[in-house]
Design a protein around this ligand. Structure first.
Ligand code: C5P
Length: 221
C-alpha cells in the first residue's frame, strides 16, 4: 500500500461521556453516545495514524487499528490523556462532566426521612484546556462545542478561552445526540467552514482530511 496521509502521526482522541460517581450505584453524567468520537478514531486509523482513543463508558466496538483506553470519570480521563501524550494531534470529543460530587460515599445512600440529600459538587479538570496549555502541546489541538443556541459565537469564544486551534461546533438542538448524522462548523483562525449535514463517519473523514492537510503545510511541525 502507498503512503497514507497520517502515517507516522499520533492522534489522541477522547470520546463518550464521563461518569462521576455519587455512591456505588449512582452517578451523574452528560448525554453522549460516543459515536462521533469513535468515527473520528476510525477515520484517523484509516488514514494511517497511530490512534489513542480514551473512551468514557459507551456501548461501541473499538474501531480497527485503534488503541483504546477505557475510563470512567473525568479525573481518570485526564490522567489517561496525560499518559498518552505526546501526540501530534489532540481531538477532544468527549462530553466531560463539568462537575463531580465533592464527596464519594462508600455505601449506598439511603432514602430515609423526608429531605433528599444535598449534592455538593466541585469542578472537574478541563482536559482540552490542559492539553492546549501543556508543555508537550500537540501541533494541532481540536475541541468540540455542542451548543443549542448562538452556536458560532459560543464556538469562537471557546476557541480563544481554551487555547484550541480549531473548535468543531455542532448544533445539538435537533436529534444529533445519539443519532448517526451531524452538522458541524469548523472554527479556526482562518474563519468558519460549515459542512453539510452528513453521517458522522463522513464528518470524521472530512475533518481528518483537513487535519492531514494542515499537518503537511510548510509552517506546521
Ligand atoms: O466548555 P465545553 O464543555 O462546552 O467544551 C467542550 C470541549 O471541551 C470539548 O472538546 C470537550 O471534550 C472539552 N472538555 C474537556 N474537559 C472538560 C470539559 C470539556 O476536555 N472538563
Amino acid at each position: 500500500k502507498g503512503h497514507q496521509p497520517l502515517e507516522g502521526r499520533h492522534v489522541l482522541i477522547t470520546a463518550g461521556p464521563t461518569w462521576e460517581a455519587i455512591d456505588p450505584v449512582r452517578y451523574i453524567a452528560n448525554r453522549s453516545s460516543g459515536k462521533q468520537g469513535f468515527a473520528i478514531a476510525a477515520a484517523a486509523a484509516a488514514l494511517g495514524a497511530k490512534v489513542s482513543l480514551v473512551a468514557g463508558p459507551v456501548a461501541l466496538k473499538t474501531p480497527k487499528g485503534v488503541d483504546r483506553i477505557d475510563v470512567e470519570s473525568a479525573a481518570d480521563m485526564s490522567q489517561a490523556v496525560k499518559d498518552a501524550m505526546p501526540a501530534d494531534v489532540a481531538i477532544m470529543v468527549a462530553a466531560v462532566a463539568d462537575w463531580r460530587p465533592k464527596e464519594y460515599r462508600d455505601e449506598k445512600m439511603k432514602k430515609r426521612g423526608s429531605a433528599p440529600p444535598a449534592l455538593v459538587l466541585t469542578e472537574n479538570p478541563d482536559i482540552l484546556t490542559n492539553v492546549g496549555a501543556s508543555d508537550k502541546r500537540p501541533t494541532l489541538v481540536v475541541g468540540f462545542a455542542a451548543e443549542t443556541e448562538d452556536v458560532l459565537e459560543n464556538a469562537k469564544r471557546k476557541r480563544k478561552r481554551k487555547a484550541a486551534d480549531w473548535i468543531i461546533a455542532n448544533d445539538v438542538s435537533g436529534d444529533v445526540m445519539g443519532g448517526d448524522e451531524n452538522r458541524v462548523h469548523i472554527v479556526s483562525d482562518e474563519g468558519v467552514e460549515s459542512l453539510e449535514q452528513m453521517p458522522k463517519i463522513e464528518v470524521a473523514m472530512a475533518l481528518l482530511e483537513r487535519i492531514a492537510d494542515k499537518l503537511t503545510m510548510p509552517e506546521a511541525a
